[in-house]
Design a protein around this ligand. Structure first.
Ligand code: ADP
Ligand code: MG
Ligand code: MG
Length: 472
């Protein structure tokens, strides 16, 4: 049995597992690993635990450390991309012709670019996600799935889960295991970066505004960060797009007011689907508030950019005198392929059609549940063949993590032994003032685990659950 794995006498002992499930649910509630219910997503009258694994998942320490050490490089990379406007323009040229959502974002970027930016401080709260790929040679390597510059959620709840897992392991008699579950506090790290950005804005009267979606099931995740800000005496408000649409205004100096002056805007929304939301987004982007993310950083995180970065010579452009940095980042890239019109795109299509099970087809969307797998790849690509519309997608090599047996605790569903795979996210925070990076930190981690039978994941999508690494 691999070190750090839960021994079979525990994993298969049904009486003990039954007891541990009860212990686990209560521990999650006590430690604040909470989520509102599907039935009443906008009320905290009745709440439940956020879905999580019964046991933490073994993860090799060197690979974990590799991901952690990379984060400050990724922060720099994302920030460099967001400042390279001709790169963004070129990288996204084919995508914005056919993908409305990205085109809308791009229009906002163009507008504020023409008008001139009214705020030179940028705050990034980002998350780089990885899976551990088990190669045919039996070697495991760290491969990036994507990086998120918006909706990098679960920093709050993942600050609370280590205590839950340590408690379960103690009750299960696995004392050595519980020592391998690390402390983690992305909520405090995010709050520190937000507080710094608020301080740099330089007005004690101004507040940090969290821009939230209409459906707020995951409010406790945000509250963890909000409360850390209040602890630092930084005032916070929560507003929806609709609130900002109805009450938001810019004064002559482009200061944003949503009833109160706003210093920092932190977006936890996944998408803006309504026209009025785009108007709101433009107004916020024009404002003096420090945006998190600003529109260029949002664009830097789209999947098409990720694909372009993997092409030869592109990373070198961003790190001209740092071959080490280039090599470290590139080592985590899986194969990524363009689907633009032309020969290269035709080759990608042929390759995908010949072996669809080897790939993932990704549109420019966030939040899980949007990717296309297996035979569906053929169906979608054949439907688009020779068509410029295929540029709305990118193709990626499918990663194959080593499965691990665990129990997934989800509200209202039966708990059974499940073959699972995991995805490791590393949070990063950075602040740039003008051209100077004044803050660049790794801000903790998030492990998400799902049944191996699901191709796509995501906690918000109801597939993945919260987990912790048990370092081995
Ligand atoms: P999103 O922005 O919607 O989260 P992702 O690129 O993270 O998009 O894909 C969603 C999920 O699909 C991931 O959490 C992961 O479970 C799965 N996935 C994505 N890319 C791959 C890949 N290359 N190999 C295996 N699974 C993948
Ligand atoms: Mg994403
Ligand atoms: Mg993702």
């Amino acid at each position: 049995m691999a070190a750090g794995a839960v021994p079979e006498e525990v994993l298969l002992n049904s009486d003990l597992i039954q007891e541990l499930k009860e212990v686990a649910r209560d521990a999650a509630l006590l430690h604040g690993v909470l989520m509102r219910t599907k039935e009443s997503p906008n009320s905290s009258e009745v709440v439940s635990y956020a879905p999580f694994t019964l046991f933490p998942t073994p993860l090799p320490r060197p690979l974990f450390q590799q991901a952690v050490q990379l984060q400050i490089l990724f922060n720099r990379l994302v920030d460099k991309i967001s400042q390279d406007l001709s790169f963004l323009e070129e990288a996204l040229a084919s995508t914005i012709k056919v993908d409305d959502f990205t085109a809308q974002l791009f229009n906002i970027h163009r507008t504020v670019q023409q008008e001139g930016h009214s705020q030179s401080t940028v705050l990034g709260l980002i998350r780089s996600d990885y899976m551990l790929d088990l190669g045919p040679d039996g070697k495991t390597t760290l491969k990036q799935i994507e990086f998120n510059t918006i909706a990098a959620s679960f920093g709050g709840l993942s600050s609370r889960t280590p205590d839950v897992h340590r408690h379960i392991l103690k009750v299960a008699g696995l004392l050595e295991h519980q020592k391998r579950v690390m402390d983690n506090n992305p909520a405090a790290e995010f709050a520190s970066a937000l507080a710094k950005a608020w301080e740099l804005y330089g007005s004690g009267r101004a507040v940090v505004m969290f821009l939230v979606e209409d459906v707020q099931r995951n409010i406790f995740d945000h509250r963890c960060v909000e409360n850390e800000l209040w602890k630092r005496n930084v005032p916070v408000i929560r507003k929806t797009f609709d609130d900002v649409f109805k009450t938001g205004l810019l004064d002559q100096e482009k200061k944003l007011f949503v009833l109160v002056p706003c210093a920092v805007l932190c977006g936890s929304f996944l998408c803006c689907v309504f026209l009025q939301n785009w108007e709101v987004r433009l107004m916020m982007e024009r404002s003096q508030a420090v945006k998190c993310p600003n529109i260029q950083t949002h664009l830097a995180g789209v999947k098409k950019v990720q694909q372009v970065l993997a092409q030869p010579g592109v990373l070198e452009k961003f790190f001209p005198n740092e071959p080490e940095a280039v090599a470290q980042i590139r080592a985590t890239f899986a194969g990524l392929y363009a689907l633009d019109v032309g020969e290269q795109g035709d080759r990608t299509v042929a390759m995908a059609l010949a072996n669809p099970e080897k790939f993932v087809l990704k549109p420019q969307r966030e939040g899980g549940g949007n990717n296309i797998y297996g035979e569906d790849i053929c169906r979608v690509l054949q439907g688009l063949k020779g068509n410029s519309e295929r540029a709305a997608y990118i193709l990626m090599d499918k990663i194959h993590p080593q499965p691990v047996e665990n129990y997934l605790l989800c509200c209202n569903s039966a708990v059974k032994l499940t073959t699972c795979v995991s995805e490791l996210g590393i949070f990063g925070t950075y602040i740039r003032q003008g051209t100077k990076m004044v803050w660049n930190q790794c801000a903790g981690h998030l492990l998400r685990t799902k049944s191996a039978e699901h191709d796509d994941g995501g906690i918000a999508a109801g597939v993945a659950v919260l987990d912790n690494p048990c370092l081995v």
